[in-house]
Design a protein around this ligand. Structure first.
Ligand code: HEM
Length: 323
């Protein structure tokens, strides 16, 4: 009895050890994975900073004041065609050009003001900066001389101009623009990335670097951290009002860029269509006949031939009669 018990126990212990070892192996593998470590780091950062959001927080106020603008931005023709996966390469390439100009201005101003008290808490170049990613995408689509081939509408230049203006005069407003772009990229932007990849059949992430944030393992956790940093910025009442107004303006700039980009796409597509018609007309004779018309012509000439045949027979018959 004692012997049976101990062998059972030994078996159970061996099983336990096996499953424990298995678990430990799996855990080790998971822990070793870079993603896991990054996720832990994000979690720790968020926990350390005790995220508690209240109605008086900047992150909540900014979300509330831009709610209506967000709906309008989502419903611009350009964003709707992205959501319906109805995008052309032309549209995507032009969007990348404008985004480059916008992020160039935003990130240069954030870098220049990195030690400003309202910028430091939300300064995350490692995790968020988009300029290098956009350069990579533009080079992929346009080649080495992408800078010379870029086309941007006037609205994009106005947006970039505003960013440079506030970078010099009101750096505390930069948070409004950084919030609008980066949190948008980490929210709906992630879905748009997947749609773009499928719609344009882009392989191995080529041309999609803009949507990828390799240093952010969990966009949701990162957004929590970002909001808590926004809430830690000390602002006077006037400055806070200014930031909220600037956030609405930031959405407005984006809407104008999308509208002008869509107009540009429509014009370019119309011109291309006209050009294609022109070349087609040059290659074919001036008078072209549709298949339906040509078959009716064929049957018309057959009728004419029959009529001539009858006339000829009559004439011959009459001739015979006369002579
Ligand atoms: C196709 C268009 C869009 C879709 C489908 C979309 C979708 C979303 C969704 C679902 C969220 C909520 C995510 C969450 O609560 O965690 C969100 C948040 C956000 N979006 Fe968009 N979005 C679109 C366009 C835009 C545009 C054009 C901008 C600005 C340029 C923008 C800026 C933002 C911002 C700043 C947030 C964060 C809100 C906050 O939590 O405070 N979005 N978006």
């Amino acid at each position: 009895m004692i012997q049976v018990q101990s062998s059972q126990q030994r078996e159970e212990r061996a099983e336990d050890l096996n499953s424990k070892e298995d678990l430990q192996r799996k855990l080790k593998k998971l822990k070793r994975s870079e993603d896991y470590l990054k996720m832990e780091a994000d979690k720790q950062k968020v926990q350390c900073e005790k995220v508690q959001v209240t109605d008086s927080d900047l992150s909540e106020q900014i979300k509330a004041v831009t709610k209506e603008s967000h709906v309008r931005a989502e419903n611009t023709e350009l964003m709707l065609s992205f959501q319906k996966a109805n995008i052309s390469l032309q549209q995507y390439k032009l969007l990348l050009c404008s985004l480059y100009k916008i992020y160039e201005a935003l990130e240069e101003e954030l870098d220049r003001n990195a030690s400003h008290e309202s910028v430091t808490p939300i300064y995350f170049p490692q995790e968020l900066a988009r300029m290098e990613a956009l350069k990579k995408d533009l080079e992929h689509f346009y080649g080495q001389d992408w800078r010379e081939k870029m086309i941007v509408p006037a609205a994009t230049l106005r947006y970039a101009q505003r960013l440079r203006e506030i970078g010099s005069e009101n750096p505390e407003y930069l948070v409004a623009h950084a919030y609008t772009r980066y949190l948008g990229d980490l929210s709906g932007g992630q879905v748009l990335g997947r749609i773009t990849q499928k719609a344009l059949g882009l392989k191995n992430g080529e041309g999609l670097a803009f949507f990828t944030f390799p240093a952010v393992s969990s966009p949701n956790l990162f957004k929590q951290l970002y909001r808590s940093r926004m809430n830690s910025i000390e602002l006077t009442e006037t400055q806070r009002e200014g930031v909220l107004e600037e956030a609405v303006r930031a959405f407005e700039f984006n809407i104008q860029v999308f509208d002008e980009l869509q107009n540009l796409v429509n014009t370019l597509e119309k011109n291309e269509l006209r050009q294609r018609h022109k070349t087609h007309n040059l290659e074919t004779p001036d008078v072209r006949v549709s298949p339906a018309l040509s078959s009716s012509l064929t049957s018309g000439s057959q009728l004419l031939r029959m009529l001539l045949g009858v006339c000829f027979a009559l004439a011959v018959g009459m001739g015979i009669y006369v002579f």
